[in-house]
Write a protein that binds this ligand. Structure first.
Ligand code: FES
Length: 105
């Protein structure tokens, strides 16, 4: 199913923004002009990833520092909490139709 989530200009290069579809949050990142989508909440304790720091293709969760590759959802670094587990997030396909951005979920 494809859902229109905005226009290309809504997702500037180097940004990470949240969109919500039917109450579920997604984090959309623009890396060098390409858009990528992963789950919007950290797998550890629900940190809002669009509030995190994006450097290159890595976002750091604002809660406890888990790091994720925004192009794949892969967890790259565990939370800064003893014994906390890390897990990967799902990634989703984004398609562009003219200026329209469509998230395939
Ligand atoms: S909620 Fe993201 S690292 Fe804890």
């Amino acid at each position: 199913m494809g859902s229109i989530i905005g226009r290309l200009g809504d997702f500037p290069q180097g940004s990470i923004k949240e969109v919500s579809i039917q109450g579920k949050p997604y984090a959309i990142s623009n890396i060098d002009g390409l858009l990528f989508t992963i789950d919007g909440r950290c797998a550890h304790a629900g940190g809002i990833l669009s509030n995190g720091h994006l450097v290159g293709k890595v976002v750091t969760c604002p809660k406890h520092g888990s790091e994720y590759d925004v192009t794949t959802g892969k967890n790259l670094k565990k939370p800064r909490i003893p014994f906390a587990k890390a897990s990967d997030l799902r990634s989703y396909k984004v398609t562009i139709d003219g200026e329209t951005v469509i998230l395939e979920i």
